[in-house]
Design a protein around this ligand. Sequence first.
Ligand code: EPZ
Length: 446
Amino acid sequence: MEDNNVNRSKPYAYEIEGGVPLRGDIDISGSKNAALGIIAASVMVDGPCTLENVPDISDVKVMFDLCRSLGAIVDEIDTHTFRIDPTTINTYKASGPLVSKIRASYYLMGALLARCGKASIRLPGGCDFGQRPIDLHLKAFQLMGAKGARPSEINSGIVNLTAEPLHGAKIYLDIVSVGATINAMLAACKAEGRTEIINAAKEPHIVDVANFLNSMGAHIKGAGTDIIKITGVPFLPGNFTYSIIPDQIEAGTYMIAAAVTKGDVTIHNLIPTHMEPLSAKMREMGYQIEEGDESIRVYLNDPSDEIYSTSVKTSPYPGFPTDLQPQTVVLLCSAEGQSRMHENVWQNRFQYVPELAKMGANINVYERIAWVNGITRFMGATVEATDLRAGAALVCAALAADGTSYINHANRIDRGYEHIVQKLTSLGAKIKRVNIEEYSEEDTEA
Ligand code: EPZ
């Protein structure tokens, strides 16, 4: 167990005494974003299913609570294994405060439309990266025959969708969207006829949600390519056990933590091809990246080796993941000279830069580009985790820093990183949770 003497219902920070090179081996947990999609998808199955490799993180707990609030029975078999029985679901409405706690609650729109032919869902909250519209999700539902999907029909923040029945459609997504791809896929699984999602997102968790649905009885082809084809079925029998893929972003965060502390860490239970965008950049910067079948070792031949500056642009998979952008900026801070980070997915995902500046970072942001000037060392400071990945980036910087840092709003980091304190401690880091004074911000997430 982590931090027995910290009350996590009260505000807490991570206290990190930096400067220790991380060394050793760690295991990556199940993917947060795959788990959130798959748990939501379990709502539309017609029999129970068992999920393995479920990450023990607070966002997943909220998604399970949302399923329970609909009437599903969720049994914890062990920390990472859950049995979900959706046959007891007795409502198509999810409009309480749980919905705004996680962004991924929007998957209940597609799942409940598929199960009940109706969905009444509050608009989701989310990390503040600028605008986060769901117009593409709604457009997809509308093309499949759902009523209530026009923006003007959203009433007091509640989306009321009806479709009796849903039919297959050709759906072209103007922008590559993870959420819209998954939501359209969910609704299409039980729609009459055939659906094509064109310009679909290709992230590993899209493929995982599709594999889960296929194992429950759905007919989805092409997940992981630009065009996903779904033939609707009236019934998804379920009664299957499915294991969730490893978390690409957690793995990348530990690769960066190992690198920025000039350590030597082997990260197990990951899929090396998912890590290629990051591995390629890290090799370019001078890090040694050794791939095994399901592991990656990160180290420097000599801690005094030069770290080269580079240029990174985020884009949908297989491009460089936006969810590793803040952590990568921390890595770029340790390179010689000036690097460039272009955020191409979210309108405003550099809110953590002023926090990093408190630790000595020298970064200039101009619109969607951050110019990162290399520094010799980070300095310990008290900083705010402005969102999940921003918080992870601050952890990386604090691990490498001279002195002690306090990262406030650490609960935001715990939403997406299983047992992070325990894992980092096992690598030699000096990190613990500590309760701090009250603050009163509302919290919504990824
Ligand atoms: C998912 O968010 C992830 N969240 C995010 O991870 C991740 O940053 C993002 O995909 C991109 O990879 C979950 O899986 C729960 P999008 P999502 O729809 O689906 C625009 C993390 O840290 N867009 O792919 O909400 C949008 O504004 C989180 O784990 C529209 O214009 O992202 C953005 O610019 C944070 N209209 C772009 O598309 C829409 O209807 C990509 O967004 C939908 C999206």
